[in-house]
Design a protein around this ligand. Structure first.
Ligand SMILES: [Zn+2]
Ligand SMILES: [Zn+2]
Length: 280
């Protein structure tokens, strides 16, 4: 803040203590710092893009300072309705309790030039379920569309729905559900079809998939046959490898018509599960 900044606070009021936060994307290609008073709240916008990405935004007056060679040019931008990159609280390492931050809501939908959900034209999920309800959805740009068949409306159903504060879930902003793979159909309507982008890290058990165009997180595919000995060693006690392999977790944020006001999203504290995340 420069000394010419007008302020309405009395001259005797102590300036808020500033703190420097370190942010980075998960793989470490982009690193930055941002200095601002202790972060106690974030802004969540209800526009179509922020909802699908789970953005928790900050608007620091000083902007971001990128580390040399780890700069803004490395960020792939996806522009929708003139939106630019918001400062993402989800990428800051010093925020201990991401779900504990106060949320200010912003009615971005009022500024949005009408977002039309993308139609699903792929094959229906093959699971046989009585009284099923199928939710349809997509990434933001529509290059990847999805269908999710489940036993009735989600609020009355038994699908596990959770968000987690681990390094990757936090950054991706995912709200995951864990259906059997036959309950899900993922289809790219583009010509040629747009392949999912894949990111793996750590034990590389899973492929974190996302749309290569808009970046919205899609699913968690199994990376490869996992050695049973390794699975036993690394998975939570009692986990059944066969069951695990048949599940296809997907990002529920992609789907239209989810009854968010009634769906129970469980918060998981798995920040340090499988070892503390070290910034690459
Ligand atoms: Zn997309
Ligand atoms: Zn997680």
């Amino acid at each position: 803040m420069s000394d010419t900044t007008p302020t309405s606070a009395p001259a005797t009021a102590p300036a808020p203590e500033l703190k420097t936060y370190h942010g980075n994307c998960h793989c470490g290609a982009v690193k930055y710092t941002v200095t601002l008073p202790e972060i106690t709240s974030v802004t969540e916008c209800d526009c179509s893009l922020c909802l699908k990405k789970g953005h928790k935004s900050l608007f620091p007056s000083g902007g971001l300072v990128f580390e040399e060679g780890k700069g803004e040019d490395k960020l792939k931008s996806y522009e929708f309705a003139g939106k630019t990159i918001a400062h993402k609280a989800r990428t800051l390492n010093e925020i201990d309790d991401i779900f504990g931050l106060k949320v200010n809501t912003y009615k971005g939908t009022t500024l949005e030039p009408g977002y039309t959900p993308h139609a699903f034209t792929g094959p229906e999920p093959t699971a046989t379920i009585e009284n099923a309800k199928t939710y349809y959805g997509s990434c933001h740009c529509g290059a990847i569309t999805m269908a999710f068949k489940t036993a009735g409306p989600l609020p009355e159903g038994s699908e596990k729905i959770q968000q987690c504060n681990c390094s990757i879930c936090c950054r991706n902003g995912t709200i995951l559900t864990y259906p059997h793979k036959t309950q899900i159909s993922i289809h790219s309507p583009t010509t040629p079809p747009t392949p999912l982008s894949i990111y793996t890290f750590g034990r590389k058990f899973q492929q974190h998939t996302f749309c290569p165009i808009c970046g919205v997180a899609i699913s968690l595919q199994k990376n490869r046959p996992v050695d049973p000995e390794l699975f036993k060693k690394e998975a939570p006690a009692g986990a059944d490898q066969k069951q695990w392999e048949e599940k296809l977790p997907v990002n529920l944020r992609c789907f239209e018509g989810v009854e968010w006001d009634r769906v129970k999203v469980e918060n998981r504290d798995w920040k340090n599960y499988g070892g503390k995340y070290e910034v690459p």
